[in-house]
Design a binder for this molecule. Structure first.
Ligand code: 5RP
Length: 218
């Protein structure tokens, strides 16, 4: 079965976990676009949205969903997003779409984080997918040096500027057998805005679209 079909299936399944009349935080990427479409077609009414990227905001507006600034929200938020890789401990690599900073902020504020992925995203150990890091441009050379010292091979993401005006490097070959440690290490490098490792901001629940149905991990 095609990955797109699995993304659509898992998006439909996730509707059961979205309460009506709630504020929903939306991640970014193709799976979330499918989810927004499924939500619209289901006619389920939510109070509104908090968006993790400019592009997600455009899609939410297209479907008539009001988007609020994060700071204007007092109600609890349910956050729904996908991932580039997720392990059985529900730790993730995110940021393939470049929205990692806002995704980390919203997921840390949310009362519940529901992650929706298709089966190829579930891995035994994180690290096949290059790890995205958002960086303040003037720190580029310094951060690169530090990442190489950690054993990684950084690659500048050509032609990409984040919603915050920063750059992204994608890091290959990092040993992520202890993702908590690496997240802390990279977070402590001056100039790093966000690393796309989500070990503290883990999902509370993961819905996985597989060829034989929906698998749930908690
Ligand atoms: C964006 C992300 C996305 O969740 C991740 O890249 C998955 O994207 P897709 O749903 O297109 O596979 O972290 O920053």
């Amino acid at each position: 079965m095609q990955f797109d079909k699995l993304k659509k299936n898992v998006s439909l399944a996730a509707l059961d976990y979205i309460p009506s009349n709630a504020i929903i935080g939306f991640g970014s990427g193709s799976t979330i676009i499918y989810f927004i479409e499924a939500l619209y077609k289901s006619k389920k009414k939510i109070l509104g949205a908090v968006s993790s990227s400019h592009y997600t905001t455009i899609i939410l507006h297209k479907y008539g969903i009001p988007v609020f600034a994060l700071g204007a929200i007092c109600d609890p938020i349910i956050y729904i997003d996908s991932a580039d890789e997720i392990n059985h401990n529900l730790e993730m690599i995110k940021g393939g779409g470049g929205a990692l900073t806002n995704e980390k902020i919203i997921s840390s504020i949310a009362e519940k984080f529901i992650c929706i992925v298709h089966e190829s995203k579930l891995v035994k150990q994180l690290g096949q997918f290059p790890l995205p890091i958002e960086i303040i441009p003037m720190a580029y050379t310094y951060v690169l040096k530090k990442i190489v010292q950690l054993g990684g091979t950084p690659k500048y993401r050509e032609g990409y500027v984040t919603d915050h005006g920063n750059i992204i490097i994608d890091v290959y070959n990092l040993n992520l057998s202890c993702p908590v440690f690496i997240e802390q290490k990279i977070n402590s490098i001056p100039g790093v805005v966000t690393v796309g490792l989500f070990t503290k901001n883990k999902a509370d629940m993961v819905l996985i679209g597989t060829k034989s149905g929906i698998q749930i991990l908690k």
